[in-house]
Design a protein around this ligand. Structure first.
Ligand code: OGA
Ligand code: NI
Length: 363
């Protein structure tokens, strides 16, 4: 919000330093939200136009991963995943091999973390953004135009494993277990995505695409004025791939053409999306799509567990770009190469809704 009429930075700082979190504000029973959370009219009008218009019956594709090892089924699954990642950038997978009880335990553990008194959670609010363990409200609180209605717990899982004793005890075991499960799912998907481009199934693994992992356990508490703010601003993920587990409270929306499409929670499903990095290395065959979360009007918190996968190192070069194997005179590179530094700086220097890195490097 244009802040001519009040000292926004001061109020942002007060909120951050109170360490009460969005959950604390929500639990305090307030009926109007602090003005640092109020979004500009142009963002809010976009929210309204979607919720009143046809919240169409279209959904992101749901892809069944059973029978993946059958030579009859696998090519079909590869096709479905390629098509979904091209046209939607998002899909849900079912029968991915992770037991329902594991999904539930993970969600419950993250919920229990956020349900603790803010004084307990505040112990984890001193970490660094780029490593270790951090609990905070918004990762771009000081950079964004308006704050959003969520808190999160972030743990860097790899390439450097976290110091276990610095992880919150209440969800430590579950976070570590989830890392293993999510990694396995992501590696399977990386194989299928690799095959979908006509590459060897092991190509993405060889390129270390799932070797940097960030766990984020997000809580979207009840919002008393959901029409004035957002749960998470519209953005694309600066990743190779993202694996997302959500509870039954809806809120995630994906841009599809000119429409915002709600991602319906599917019991046992995991949501997968391509990040900017995958769009670039695939030379635009796969798409990293804008998504956002609306502020949660329900009494119950919305919980999402997001695992971001990124590469750990690039072989034989420090510059990144479309994979040479995919390029030909008929299919020239549509993105220029860039350095890791450029990529990281872009993400960390701006708010979440900053203009996509992809637009900057498009040839
Ligand atoms: C993200 C994200 C969506 C969600 O953290 O990048 O898009 O549902 N999260 O929490
Ligand atoms: Ni995202």
């Amino acid at each position: 919000m244009a802040s001519a009429d009040y000292d926004r930075m001061k109020e942002v700082k007060e909120f951050a330093e109170s360490k009460i979190g969005v959950k604390g504000l929500s639990d305090s029973g307030i009926t109007s939200i602090p003005r640092i959370f109020i979004h500009p009219p142009q963002t809010l009008s976009q929210l309204k136009s979607t919720s009143s218009s046809s919240f169409s019956s279209i959904h992101i594709p749901v892809i069944d991963l059973s029978n993946l090892d059958s030579p009859h089924h696998r090519p079909k699954i590869v096709d479905q995943i390629r098509e979904a990642t091209k046209t939607w950038g998002f899909f849900q997978v079912i029968n991915h091999g992770v037991a329902l009880s594991v999904l539930e335990e993970t969600v419950n553990a993250v919920k229990s973390f956020h349900d603790q008194p803010h004084q307990v959670k505040a112990k984890h609010s001193v970490g660094e953004e780029r490593r270790g363990v951090v609990y905070a409200s918004n990762n771009d609180l000081y950079r964004s135009e308006a704050a959003t209605w969520h808190d999160y717990l972030q743990v860097w899982m790899a390439p450097q494993p976290p110091e276990v004793e610095r992880m919150p005890e209440i969800c430590r075991r579950e976070v570590i277990a989830w890392d293993t499960h999510a990694k396995k799912v992501a590696e399977t998907l990386m194989e299928l995505l690799s095959e979908g481009l006509g590459l060897e199934p092991g190509k993405f693994k060889e390129l270390t695409f799932s070797d940097t992992r960030l766990f984020v356990g997000v809580c979207y508490p009840h919002c008393p004025q959901p029409d004035l703010t957002m749960g998470l601003a519209s953005h694309t993920d600066p990743t190779v791939l993202t694996v997302l587990l959500q509870n039954h409270v809806p809120g995630l929306q994906v841009k599809h053409g000119d429409e915002w499409v709600e991602v319906k929670p599917v019991p046992g499903g995991l949501i997968i999306n391509a990040g900017d990095f995958l769009q670039i290395v695939s030379n635009g065959e796969y798409n990293s799509i804008q998504h956002r979360v609306i502020a949660n009007p329900c009494k119950e918190p919305r919980i999402s567990i997001v695992m971001f996968f990124n590469l750990a190192k690039w072989k034989e070069s420090d510059s990144y770009g479309p994979l040479p194997e995919l390029l030909s005179p008929e299919k020239p590179a549509i993105y220029r190469n860039f350095t890791k530094q450029e990529y990281d700086d872009n993400f960390y220097s701006k708010g979440l809704d900053s203009k996509s890195f992809i637009d900057k490097i498009r040839i």
